[in-house]
Ligand binder design. Structure first.
Ligand SMILES: Cc1cc2nc3c(=O)[nH]c(=O)nc-3n(C[C@H](O)[C@H](O)[C@H](O)COP(=O)(O)OP(=O)(O)OC[C@H]3O[C@@H](n4cnc5c(N)ncnc54)[C@H](O)[C@@H]3O)c2cc1C
Length: 382
């Protein structure tokens, strides 16, 4: 593993964390219990240039590099998983356009998606086609200058709130899903398009996961992405380029859970002592911390290597044991790290542990223009 954060990446993380702690985390419990999409936070991310993190500047996006995108997702997910899906799905849904769209299609759709004015969804999965994408059954029949789409999709994130969905459907059923599937840009205001049902999930509940039905939905030929039969390839390349951000989301959710556990263990007292002082609790927290230390950098390294290109699965990467004990110590609330190190013999630094970085903290940044754009603009010219 070769990933080392740059100064810009550290600054980006600090600024997004501050924003997420102040404005997003306080809303997280209510978003999950109400299962309502947080439109206000979508607006917040749009104002801060954090919706279009996966879009290039020429398309109105922030133009953050691949690692920076993962850092933004991690920090948003640490505060609220639902909110972190906003930039993820914006990129997921738009990737087929980025990969296979014509200049006219890109000009028409990408700026509105990058700015957050429009939301997009990615419509691949069907009831009988999950991992087995080639089993898709949705049909797209050519009639004059339109394709007529019929069928249903399942598990489509943001499917009920999106303005546009990239949809995969069979243009040549005889050729099967691998060779006979095509991709389309479908505007959800088109007659015949509906989202009749949402999944009831155990988490990420503010993010609607919709069933979609398309009943004689007429899509102009110019909304086909690439050539007929390109759909399977476009779908696979889209998944290749978007999976690591889902892994970054998982890392962020885990980090949020670890931080909450450490904070609670340091504040909760039993038998006259903080429960964090009990060795059994320290073992558990150290295990959580070392797993987090392993997976976070592994995901960022995958994203760095991918750079938006084909990548190996993050789980295939090996990494050495992380200094979980040191990590836990550094995160104990109160900030007096060295004093606490002395307070907790079990947390004292092992001679083999790396010394903590005592570099000056990143200077506080202004809020305008948006976080994403500021970090991009601060980057030295290549
Ligand atoms: C919250 C959520 C949001 C989603 N958002 C979207 C979205 O926006 N757009 C979209 O298109 N889809 C979306 N999906 C669908 C997601 O991509 C599918 O769930 C996924 O492709 C797996 O399909 P499945 O759930 O039908 O599982 P299945 O394919 O039925 O798999 C069931 C189990 O069998 C295992 N399995 C399958 N094949 C093999 C094999 N060959 N060898 C060994 N094990 C195997 C799987 O790993 C899994 O454990 C979403 C799903 C969820 C849960």
């Amino acid at each position: 593993m070769t990933y080392r954060p740059t100064r810009e990446h550290d600054e980006l993380r600090a600024v997004v964390r501050e924003l997420a702690d102040e404005r997003i985390a306080p809303r997280a419990a209510e978003i999950d219990s109400s299962a309502e999409f947080p439109w206000d936070l979508k607006e917040l991310l749009a104002k801060q240039d954090l919706v279009g993190i996966g879009f290039e500047e020429r398309h109105g996006g922030t133009g953050l590099d691949a690692v920076a995108q993962a850092i933004v997702v991690e920090e948003l997910a640490r505060a609220d998983a639902t909110t972190s899906l906003i930039p993820i799905v914006q990129k997921l849904g738009a990737l087929p356009i980025l990969l296979a769209g014509s200049d006219a299609q890109k000009d028409q759709y990408l700026p509105r998606l990058a700015s957050g004015e429009w939301l997009i969804a990615f419509g691949l999965t069907e009831a009988a086609a999950g991992s087995d994408v080639a089993s898709n059954r949705m049909r797209a029949r050519l009639e004059g200058d339109c394709y007529v789409l019929n069928g249903s999709k399942r598990f489509i994130t943001h499917g009920s709130i999106a303005n546009v969905v990239t949809i995969f459907a069979l243009t040549d059923p005889a050729a099967g899903g691998r060779k006979g599937m095509s991709a389309f840009i479908v505007e959800t205001a088109t007659p015949g398009f509906a989202a009749p049902r949402l999944e009831h999930k155990m988490g990420i509940r503010g993010s609607p996961t919709a069933e979609l039905t398309l009943d004689d939905v007429r899509v102009p030929v110019e909304n086909r992405l690439g050539s007929e039969g390109d759909g399977f390839k476009i779908a696979m390349e889209t998944l290749d380029r978007s999976r690591v951000l889902i892994a970054a989301q998982a890392v962020g959710i885990a980090q949020g859970a670890i931080d909450a556990a450490v904070e609670y263990a340091a504040e909760r007292r039993q038998f006259g002592e903080r429960v964090v002082d009990f060795e059994g609790i320290q073992f558990m927290l150290a295990d959580m911390a070392s797993q987090g230390q392993c997976s976070g950098p592994a995901v960022l390294d995958q994203q760095r290597q991918a750079g938006g290109r084909r990548h190996r699965h993050a789980s295939h990467d090996r990494c050495g044991p992380g200094p979980g004990r040191l990590w836990l110590h550094q995160r104990l609330p109160g900030g007096a790290h060295d004093a606490r190190r002395e307070d907790h013999p079990a947390l004292r630094r092992h001679p083999a542990d790396p010394a903590p970085d005592r570099g000056a903290p990143a200077p506080p940044a202004e809020r305008r223009p948006g976080v994403g754009r500021r970090v991009r603009e601060a980057r030295p010219a290549a």
